[in-house]
Design a protein. Structure first.
Length: 97
């Protein structure tokens, strides 16, 4: 996971906890872990991003999408960012570029 993704995930978790409580935060983390496990088992199971070359787009919830890439040489997956879809899409372009 990139530093950016870690930072954004911590911020998002804190936001969910403060605004919707522990149960909602735990449910979000559970959904996120399920998606990460899905990607680990089937790396190409999510669609390729139309906006960003070589990235895949994984919808975690209606409000949250993660972007990742496959590192073929290392046979690894790198999560680039976790994006709150309620934000301005131009912010995502700045993060990924």
């Amino acid at each position: 996971m990139s530093h950016l993704a870690e930072t954004k995930l911590l911020s998002l978790s804190k936001y969910i906890l403060e605004n919707w409580g522990l149960r909602t935060k735990e449910n979000f983390i559970l959904k996120l872990n399920e998606k990460i496990e899905q990607i680990a088992r089937h790396p190409s199971s999510c669609p390729k991003s139309l906006e960003f070359k070589n990235l895949y787009k994984c919808v975690v919830t209606k409000q949250t999408t993660l972007y990742y890439r496959l590192l073929a040489a290392q046979k690894e997956i790198e999560i680039i960012t976790v994006f709150d879809t309620r934000q301005n899409p131009s912010k995502l372009k700045k993060e990924v570029s």
